[in-house]
Design a protein around this ligand. Structure first.
Ligand code: UD1
Ligand code: UDP
Length: 385
């Protein structure tokens, strides 16, 4: 097939969790001769430790366009991505846009594509925390409402979309591309000496990540959490790679050095996965880490009152701590008294989601009436192979 007749697919990434989700999708798309994917990085995350390291480690192609939008308020950041993409797609209009997850770059790209009449596919659609104070919840609702093809990771997400009136033919239950990436890299991650490098022993430490505004933006709340973590560290050492949002807050509170708590800079994917795979338990407020711990069977405490990923509780290792950090110590004690590993997660999280997504998009492209023309994808509710 000549380059001119291929379906051109613009994949948009911007922030740390996007990279693990998009890597297997791009890989799947590249294997389809009739599709030509290319990559745009909005630059929402720009530090090497939050961005470039993942391109190297995950084998992502160098972005064809780097929009360099950087940080800002929600409105400014979203508007900057929208303006930059609008200009880009004025010059070269893709046949389809693919976005992933729930960050500002995702909703911005979906909005520009929808208003330009460019069909859009949303990877990791349908997740709902039902907490509209979370910026990500607003991003999810808007992105799903205006996307044409919705790829979901679990059956509860299908139900959420159906309850919002999204027609079944748009929805494809394909599994979890973030877990494709995990399965591909877990052996290499295990072989690194990251556990020893951070001064820990296999199974003998807790891993922690924290970056949700609801936990870290209020110094009083972050202070209460860290007090509890310091107590936990008397029972089991805590390794804490610190997100820049959290580091800024800890620094404004006067540092953060605590006995038994080892603060690390944000880690690359392989180092982090090596720690996650080898830890006794994880304490987190990350969406992705809830899923990854479930896939590995690693006990997880989520320091939130809700989760948009209930499958990690019902079919995984996740427990919600709720709003009160005082319950953390009790939950850690329960985990330490229990089995070291739980079940390893939902059936479709089998490492083949990227391939299923590519297969749906290939069918969609084959049925396309005209370049950029809107056609419904085949009504495929649950894709097993
Ligand atoms: C964003 C996403 C969140 C996701 C998280 C993953 C939104 C609304 N939030 O949150 O859903 O879970 O990424 O990590 O999209 N900063 C740096 N270096 C960088 C990027 C940011 O130092 O490379 C600092 C800046 O001070 C910035 C702050 O971190 O103001 C927050 O960055 P931002 O992208 O706005 O939100 P996150 O908290 O990272
Ligand atoms: N992660 C990483 N290094 C770290 C912390 C997390 O590579 O220091 C990875 C983690 O394994 C997962 C992704 O980042 O793949 C999750 O991103 P994050 O927690 O920033 O965002 P969320 O999932 O909450 O949107």
């Amino acid at each position: 097939m000549s380059e001119r007749t291929k379906t051109v697919i613009c994949c948009v990434v911007g922030a740390r969790p996007n990279f693990m989700k998009m890597a297997p999708v791009i890989e799947g798309l590249k294997r389809r001769p009739s599709l030509r994917p290319y990559l745009v990085h909005t630059g929402q995350h720009y530090d090497s430790a939050l961005s470039h390291v993942f391109f190297e480690e995950l084998g992502l192609p160098r972005p064809d366009h780097d929009l360099g939008v950087g940080s800002g308020s929600h409105a400014r950041q979203t508007a900057a991505v929208m303006t930059a993409l609008d200009e880009l797609w004025d010059r070269e209009r893709p046949d389809l846009v693919v976005v992933a997850g729930d960050v500002n770059s995702t909703v911005a790209a979906a909005l520009v594509a929808a208003k330009r009449g460019i069909p859009t596919a949303h990877v990791e659609a349908g997740l709902r925390s039902r907490d509209r104070t979370m910026p990500e919840e607003l991003n999810r609702i808007v992105t799903d409402a205006i996307s044409d093809i919705l790829f979901v990771t679990s059956a509860d997400a299908v139900e959420n979309l159906r309850a919002e009136g999204i027609p079944a033919p748009k929805i494809h239950l394909v599994g979890n591309p973030m877990i494709d990436t995990l399965r591909r890299h877990v052996a290499a991650a295990r072989e690194r000496d990251t556990i020893a490098r951070v001064g820990a022993t296999r199974g003998g430490f807790a891993l922690m990540t924290l970056h949700r505004p609801s936990n870290v933006d209020d110094p009083a709340r972050l202070g209460r959490i860290m007090l509890r973590v310091e107590s936990i560290a008397r029972r089991i050492p805590v390794i804490f790679p610190v997100h820049p949002r959290t580091r800024a807050q800890l620094e404004s509170m006067g540092g953060g050095a605590m006995d038994g708590v080892r603060l690390e800079p944000p880690l690359g994917y392989l180092d982090f996965l090596g720690l996650l795979e080898g830890c006794r338990l994880v304490i987190t407020d990350s969406g992705g880490v809830q899923e990854e711990s479930t896939a590995l069977g690693v006990p997880c405490i989520t320091l939130r009152a809700n989760t948009e990923r209930p499958v990690t509780i019902h079919e995984g290792t996740n427990r919600l701590a709720g709003d009160d950090p005082d319950v953390l110590e009790g939950l850690v004690a329960e985990i330490l008294a229990g089995p070291e590993r739980g079940p390893t997660g939902p059936a479709l999280w089998d490492g083949r989601a990227g391939e299923r997504i590519a297969s749906v998009l290939d069918s969609w492209a084959a049925g396309r009436v005209a370049p950029g023309g809107l056609t419904s994808p085949e009504p495929v509710d649950i894709i097993k192979d």
